[in-house]
Structure formats: C-alpha cells, structure tokens
Design a protein around this ligand. Structure first.
Ligand code: HPA
Length: 270
C-alpha cells in the first residue's frame, strides 16, 4: 500500500522532499507559501486516511520552501477519529519513502505548565505516550525500521536549539516542554491534568506522538512545535471548547508560519 501511495504521488511530481511538515488544526498557513507547488488531496492517494476533524484541509502539498524541497501534510488524522494507530501514521511512512530526512510536526495543545500562556509556541523536548498504543504494534516491517527503536532524543536536540534560536531572532517567545498525548476526544479532567503534571507533562494534546514514533522507527529526525491554545483543564478558570482551540490557533498561526518559513530551510542543512 505504501508503494502504491508513493507511485501515485510520483505521477504528480518528481520532487524529492527532504523535509516533511505536519500542520495541525488551523495551522496550515505555511503550506500557502510553498513555491512550485503541487497539491494532492489525501482522497486521491491510495491508503491515505481521511480526517473528519474541523479545520483539517486534508491534502499533501509538495514544493519548495526557500530552496528546500518539502512535503507538507495539511491536516492529519487523530486516533480519536477511530483509525488504527498504524493507519494514522500512513502519511508519515509515505513521506519517509519519498525521502524525507527531517520531520517538523506542529499541533495545538493545552498548557499544563502554568508559566505558559495561550498563544505561546512551545518546542517539544520529549513526550509521554498516554495513548496506551503504538503504531509499531504487530509484526515488524524490517524495511521500515528495527523491532525496538530507541526513543532517547526522539525530539532532536540540535533541531530544538535551532528552532529556539530562530524564534529568538524573530522576536518570538518560546519555551520547551514535555508533550503528553491524550487519546481524547474528550478533554482531560482536572484530576487527569494533575496526574499528567505529576508525571512530568507540560503540555496536553491528542496528536503527534504516533507520528513521531513512526518517524523515529524510520530514522527520521523530528522536531515538534506546539501552539498553546488554552490552559489545560483545572489550570485556569472556565470550560474548554474546540472553538477556543481553533480561535487561539488561528490567532497564533501567523507567528508559527513566520517561524517555519525561516526554520525549515535551515533544518535541511543541519
Ligand atoms: N487537551 C488536549 N488536547 C488539546 C488541548 C487540551 O487542553 N488543547 C488543544 N488540544
């Protein structure tokens, strides 16, 4: 199936992307800046899962950012949509097969760390997988990677340092933190957030972790950037809603886009 998907994309372009990007809910702006772009709707790619989430365009954009050939996933599926973990990472494996060496993953997240604020960009330093599942469960495909991949430095230290350096240069405030992956789709309870804080999570979100596991399995270097869209349940007053996540995401998206525009061409050289 991977091969069929790659062949279908190759019918549209001979571009060999070096950097892959995954753009989360309402965070798709940088895809509009890709030059010499070829757009392939996910629905046209055999085997590619289709997202049901609001704010997810669902297409692959291939082209150049700066001089660097990139493949941008504009929209992703989440495990809470009911897809299997293996199916959820299909796109990441296709990017790997297309030649991507570095993956930049973005997401919207709730802040557990109370020094964060909505609208902040947080570079992910590590994750805790609270999904209780992995895309690597089942017989291992040795052509993709090893049975027991290492997950130390899953979020590449040099890429993290570069991301923060570029953000500083642009005058964008960033922090670093641990991302806790929550299955959802319901937000966490305040008690669950207290538990996540206790085990070392700074951020709560419902994506990214399966993608990074699949990418590390293939030896792809990863960088993760969260847009803080809300304080997590019980961290601040008030109720949580998807509208707030989309609204703050949309407001913050230009800053994320500014960062990615500068960062992605440099990432390829690292
Ligand atoms: N929890 C989980 N996922 C999220 C949140 C949250 O508070 N905000 C955005 N995605």
């Amino acid at each position: 199936m991977l091969e069929r998907a790659v062949a279908r994309i190759r019918e549209e372009t001979s571009l060999e992307p070096r950097v892959g990007l995954v753009l989360g809910s309402g965070l798709g702006g940088v895809a509009e800046e890709v030059a010499e772009r070829v757009v392939v709707p996910y629905a046209d790619i055999p085997g590619w899962p289709i997202s049901t989430a609001i704010g997810h365009a669902g297409r692959l954009v291939l082209g150049r950012l700066g001089d660097v050939p990139v493949a941008v996933m504009q929209g992703r599926v989440h495990l809470y949509e009911g897809v299997s973990p293996e199916h959820a990472v299909f796109g990441i494996r296709v990017l790997g097969r297309l030649g991507v060496e570095t993956l930049v993953v973005t997401n919207a997240a709730g802040a557990i760390n109370d020094s964060y604020r909505p609208g902040m960009l947080v570079v992910i330093s590590d994750h805790v997988n609270l999904l209780a599942r992995s895309p690597l469960v089942g017989p291992n495909d040795e052509r993709l990677g090893p049975r027991f991949p290492d997950m130390s430095d899953a979020y590449d230290p040099a890429l993290r340092a570069l991301a923060r350096e570029v953000a500083d240069r642009l005058g964008l405030e960033t922090a670093e933190g641990v991302y806790g992956a929550w299955l959802g789709p319901q937000f966490e309870t305040p008690a669950e957030i207290r538990f996540m804080r206790l085990i070392g999570c700074d951020l709560a979100g419902m994506s990214t972790v399966p993608e990074v596991i699949a990418a590390r399995h293939m030896g792809i270097r990863c960088l993760g950037i969260s847009v803080v869209t809300n304080m997590a349940a019980g961290i601040a007053e008030g109720k949580l809603g998807h509208e707030e996540v989309l609204e703050v995401g949309a407001r913050t998206e230009p800053r994320l886009t500014a960062l990615l525009r500068e960062l992605v061409p440099l990432v390829a050289e690292l």
